[in-house]
Design a protein around this ligand. Sequence first.
Ligand SMILES: [Zn+2]
Length: 234
Amino acid sequence: MDAVCKNNGLRNTEGQTQDLHIRQIPVFVLRSSLPIGALVLLRLYLVLLTWLNTYMNELTLILTPDYRPANFLPLSVVSWQDCIRLLVLDKIKPLELYEHRFIHSAKLAIQLPAVAVTKDWKGFKRHTRFSRSGLFVRDLFTCQYCNDIFESGELTIDHVVPRSQGGKTTWENCTTACKECNYKKANKLWRPNNNPWRPDYHALAARRKKLPFNVGHHSWYTYLGIESPVDKAA
Ligand SMILES: [Zn+2]
């Protein structure tokens, strides 16, 4: 009994110990322990994937329950694959649909959402986690040393206080630099055009709106609060 207790033994309600031997449970037993509904959903999801065409590149805009983008762009946009996954897991509710885009399986056709509302919303975080894409958005894709605008692939994260001198990878110590400026700066201490600062969600969202992005569906303009080209022309 002592040996059983030391080896993952659990005591049940009748005071007896049970040896779980988790590593020895065959895989099919673990599978059979899943709820049948989850297995059906998983199988449905896999069937859907096998039926899907690879030419699709539609994106879905994810909104909060009060119809605001759930993150600053492009993080508030998910691929059609992720959209189907979230739908199958019942994490989102479709709001606008792509008119002629259906995902087919043997027995089912799902109209792909252009906009969906998340059911799993925990509120905006006060501070956003440091990220490369967020840093470039904060600095409007502008090198903070030569002041030129670049594509994302031509930019680097520059540590104002170099890492070799104890500089940390934080919003307050990182800035956007083109590859050439970053190379020239190396381990020197240069002062960027703007002091690095820590943005919250709203600051990043406001900055992202100033930058161009691909609008996947005409309904996005409404939810992003951006004037559509059609309205502008009218
Ligand atoms: Zn530069």
